[in-house]
Design a protein around this ligand. Structure first.
Ligand code: ATP
Ligand code: MG
Length: 512
């Protein structure tokens, strides 16, 4: 038997009010159950008022200590919104509402099972007041239906990203992640977490790390065909793009290196000799090409993106650390990589459906998503992914503290939303206006604690579930170390002997 919270005193449409028992405990957003005859209803607490049976004048005189009145009753009146009904074992949207004096209860583990919150990619626990009930997770089907994680600085977004990606790694090779780490904190966790993806027990077999520091992140100029320029330079115009195609037609694979040489030697006149074009267009395109950072874009046929594609196809999650380079370069690397990987999925779907079926379902995690999904900007690879890549099983996880700066068309496509503490009014208004089932949660959004979230994951979870996201360090504690079955390494003594033998053999070869 769950805790009795109170009894219904008023019902109108999907709004119910109940008197709360004196010793009961409740919080905004909490989910309660109302038993009504053969049905149970589930409702979310949206408002609370304290009142007494005294009239205003009497209350005032009592407050000022002028008179005492009595006996009178004080009561707490709670408002809640119905969102589900359970009848004969079936759960659906409410078809009716409860009756006067029906009893209201705190939700239990059993209710958590009824609400079917435990998806395979577990992210936390169902919060019911102070208690933590069953697991809450999303299904892998939710990945291509796109995700969004929102919350102000310090609300726990990065932790949630770590948890979701740890789950993708655990479910490899059915799922894989591609993560862009702008702050360079996901590998080691830095001082915020002290643990990162490097501490995941499957890190050595299921994760690949790329960073500019180790020189592993290079995109050879010879891999850049003109069509990729749209991802490299968001402001490229159609005439500049057509000019790039003409130059590529003339010079082939090494077109960027060669045209830059010509430009350095003979300026615009040299390029005009190669292809005919307006001088302004040539200048604008050449400004772009000559300013590519040679450390990231060397003249070679190697691109780390091919390696990323290969790894992801095998179910290996790729962590791309783009800290330490300029914002412009970050933008270039992120767009090029995401488009390379997403287009691989598209191409396989179009040309080799059987091979495509073997690809893991992919989730691309993008922090600072507002920079790439701004309504004022032209369509980017990320808006295309969110709007059209569902059928290829490529999902986007847009993470941002500023949801109101995300294009509303894209926002509507993010069917799974993890909403954390948000104080800014503009963002709360945007979230509550544009997210179904959140219209009464404005107050709740600013009252959430670190790591607390509201989760909506359509079509499976059609209401805002209060969740406490598992802390990544605690998740790691529940994971056992993985035995890679490697043979024990030899002792230094044995290795030293072998080295000496090799040195001696080398010397004798040198003498002969
Ligand atoms: N579920 C949680 N339980 C306990 N502590 C948490 C939880 N989630 C995050 N924290 C702690 O809160 C702090 C901030 O978390 P996090 O870095 O994830 O926030 P953020 O939203 O990504 O912030 P920013 O916008 O600055 O990147 C960290 O110290 C982290 O350890
Ligand atoms: Mg963060």
């Amino acid at each position: 038997m769950s805790n009795h919270l109170g009894s219904i005193c008023d019902v109108k449409g999907d709004k119910i009010s109940f008197f709360m028992k004196k010793d009961a405990n409740l919080s905004f957003g909490q989910i309660v159950r109302v038993d009504s005859g053969g049905r149970s209803f589930y409702a979310r607490v949206v408002n609370a008022q304290s009142k007494s049976t005294l009239e205003t004048g009497e209350q005032l005189r009592e407050a000022e200590g002028k008179e005492t009145f009595g006996p009178y009753s004080c009561y707490k009146n709670i408002e809640a919104i119905l969102f589900l009904e359970k009848r004969a074992g079936k759960v659906r949207s409410p078809t009716f509402n409860p009756n006067y004096m029906d009893k209201v209860f705190q939700t239990t583990q059993e209710d958590s099972a009824v609400l079917k919150l435990g998806g395979e990619l577990q992210i936390g626990n169902f919060r019911s007041g102070e208690s933590m009930l069953g697991n809450v997770g999303i299904d892998s089907d939710a990945i291509p239906r796109m995700l969004g994680m929102f919350g102000m600085t310090g609300s726990g977004k990065t932790n949630t990203e770590l948890i979701v990606n740890a789950q993708l790694i655990d479910h490899s090779p059915q799922t894989a992640g591609l993560i862009f780490d702008f702050a360079g904190q996901l590998l080691e966790g830095k001082e915020l977490f002290n643990v990162g993806l490097r501490d995941h027990p499957l890190f050595h077999s299921k994760v690949c790390f790329y960073s500019t520091k180790a020189g592993k992140m290079r995109v050879g100029l010879r891999t850049l065909r003109p069509e990729k320029l749209r991802n490299l330079f968001s402001d490229i115009t159609d005439p500049q793009y057509r000019l790039a195609q003409k130059i590529y037609g003339q010079l082939g694979e090494e077109w960027i290196e060669k045209v830059c040489e010509v430009w350095e030697r003979n300026g615009p006149a040299g390029v005009t000799k190669l292809v005919s074009a307006h001088k302004g267009t040539i200048n604008a395109l050449m400004q772009k090409l000559t300013h590519l950072n040679p450390a990231l874009f060397p003249p070679s046929p190697y691109s780390f993106i091919d390696d990323v594609i290969e790894n992801i196809s095998q179910g290996v999650t790729c962590l791309v650390d783009i800290s330490g380079i300029t914002a412009e370069e970050q933008h270039r690397i992120v767009c090029l990589t995401a488009s390379g990987v997403a287009n691989h999925y598209k191409r396989e779907w179009e040309r080799n459906y059987e091979r495509w079926q073997l690809l893991p379902t992919l989730l691309i995690t993008l922090e600072e998503a507002h920079e790439f999904l701004d309504p004022a900007r032209e369509r980017t690879i990320f808006s295309s992914i969110a709007l059209t890549y569902r059928k290829y099983r490529v999902g986007l996880n847009a993470v941002t503290p500023r949801p109101s700066r995300i294009n509303p068309d894209v926002f509507a496509e993010l069917w799974t939303k993890v909403i954390m503490k948000t104080e800014l009014k503009a963002d709360r208004d945007y979230l509550t206006k544009n997210t179904p089932y959140l219209e009464y949660s404005d107050t709740e959004l600013k009252m959430l604690d670190i790591g607390e979230a509201l989760l909506i994951s359509e079509p499976k979870i059609r209401f805002a579930v209060p969740v406490k996201v598992v802390h990544y360090a605690d998740y790691l504690k529940t994971r056992e170390k993985v035995d890679y079955r490697l043979p024990p390494s030899k002792t230094f003594e044995v290795m030293g002997k072998k080295l000496k033998q090799l040195q001696n053999a080398g010397k004798s070869l040198g003498n002969s």
